[in-house]
Design a protein around this ligand. Structure first.
Ligand code: AMP
Ligand code: GLY
Length: 426
């Protein structure tokens, strides 16, 4: 069969790599892809938001299955376009992708169906938001309603900061129209866990857990980014916590969407905070995480094509989802200055060091071909990823492999997986 993957990041590299393992697949295309993805897929020069061109390409090339990796096209309704054209596609329709596309929607859903999350208020008038903040408890969290590349969340320590935040989100439109509405949320503390899941409209099957590192700098300092590295599994996501989440968060979310007439098929990514009062939902995403896909997919035993098909056909109950009893760590190599401003176009050297090394992967997040060379082409450039028998070994392997590649302005966090020490030394 022929598969088309839509997206161009490290997540889509990991998805293409995993699809390439399937004996059912003869040919993979990726639109627009990147230089690393080109090893597994033929790159197609169509952007993720060019829906009509994507549909035309899929028809002309008799694509059997299209997999949407990114949030923007899902929220924009790319799946509906494919379905209307009679094409098979993996991902939620527009009316379900709103679970990620609108924080106000997802908060209201959780409230209506008693799914544990932080207390909140929604505003579309900055004046009302400012009045509310006068009596609110600090710190407090402000969230632009719409998509903002994972950066539309402000944690404000003081009333002054919060007022500034309202101005930047709702008046200066720092995150564009995503800030037309804003959610003001209670500040929670605890460990964060990402749990990705497959959903077939009726039931949910969760993948192994992961823990992201969102801040740009060591010690969780600096600005929020798309993610600077992560590890899987999270030792803090215990069997007991998993059981609680299955009962009160995971399946109830899928049921709630179905009850609202918004049947969800695809991936639900549960961003959780393990608070003293129990697990609570921080956010939902309607796609694989980036870099969560990079640490979860190398551990997955199933043929991913079978799982995609089961989600589309509503037969996920027949899939026995299995993961290796090992661990995986990904360290993101970024361009210095990310997430604010950075240079691109520097040659990436040493990629050949990953060839034929079992359990080591160099997933490209932002790379391109230029004059026969592979060059940096984004804020996040590579996700250096390694397996190990446990988290300590995986982390040591990943940091060893970080030195195998180099490019000008290479920047990375030195403390990905530091939380593992809290467990291992106990
Ligand atoms: P989100 O995009 O909603 O996941 O938010 C991005 C990051 O902001 C999360 O991963 C958390 O680190 C932080 N965050 C979001 N909401 C809260 C909250 N209510 N309390 C504390 N931290 C939060
Ligand atoms: N790593 C977080 C995300 O993909 O949203």
């Amino acid at each position: 069969m022929k598969v088309l993957v839509v997206g161009s990041g490290g997540r889509e590299h990991a998805i293409c790599w995993k699809i390439a393992q399937s004996p059912k697949v003869d040919k993979i295309y990726c639109a627009p892809g990147n230089a690393g993805i080109a090893e597994y897929a033929e790159l197609v020069d169509i952007k993720a938001m060019e829906f009509d061109k994507l549909v035309a390409f899929a028809k002309e090339n008799e694509i059997d299955l299209t997999v949407i990796g990114m949030d923007d096209p899902l929220v924009g309704g790319v799946v509906d376009k494919f379905e209307k054209a009679g094409l098979r596609v993996f991902g939620p329709r527009k009316n379900a992708a709103i679970l990620e596309g609108s924080k106000a929607f997802s908060k209201d859903l959780m409230k209506k169906y008693n799914i544990p999350t932080a207390g909140y208020e929604t505003f579309d008038d900055p004046q009302k938001a400012l009045e509310y903040l006068e009596t609110a408890k600090m710190p407090i969290v402000l969230k632009a309603d719409g998509l903002a590349l994972g950066k539309g969340v402000l944690i404000c320590q003081t009333l002054e900061e919060a007022k500034e935040g309202v101005k930047s989100i709702m008046e200066d439109k720092k995150f564009g129209t995503a800030g037309n509405q804003m959610v003001v949320e209670e500040f929670m503390t605890g460990r964060e866990v990402s749990v990705l899941s497959f959903v077939d409209g009726k039931i949910v099957k969760t993948m192994t857990s992961a823990q992201d590192h969102k801040r740009a700098k060591d010690g969780d300092q600096g600005l929020n980014t798309g993610g600077m590295g992560n590890f899987s599994p999270s030792p803090f996501f215990t069997k007991e916590i998993d059981d609680f989440c299955q009962k009160y968060i995971f399946q109830p979310t899928v049921d709630a969407m179905a009850a609202e007439g918004r049947e969800f098929k695809g991936i639900i990514f549960f961003g959780l905070m393990l608070t003293e009062e129990g697990p609570k939902v921080l956010e939902y995403n309607a796609r694989f995480g980036d870099p969560e896909a990079q640490v979860v997919l190398p551990r997955m035993k199933n043929d991913i094509i079978d799982v995609f098909n089961a989600c589309i056909d509503g037969t996920l109950d027949q899939i026995d989802l299995q993961f290796e009893d090992n661990a995986c760590v990904c360290v993101v190599l970024a361009s210095d200055g990310y997430p604010v401003s950075y240079e691109k176009g520097f040659e990436i050297k040493g990629l050949e060091n990953f060839k034929d090394k079992d359990g080591y992967y160099c997933f490209h997040a932002g790379s391109a071909f230029e004059d026969g060379k592979i060059v940096t082409n984004g804020g996040r450039v590579l996700g250096v990823t390694a397996l190990g028998k446990d988290l300590l070994e995986a982390r040591a392997n990943a940091y060893k492999a970080v030195d195998w590649v180099d490019f000008e302005n290479k920047y990375y966090r030195h403390d990905i997986g530091k939380a593992i020490d809290d467990v291992e030394t106990k």
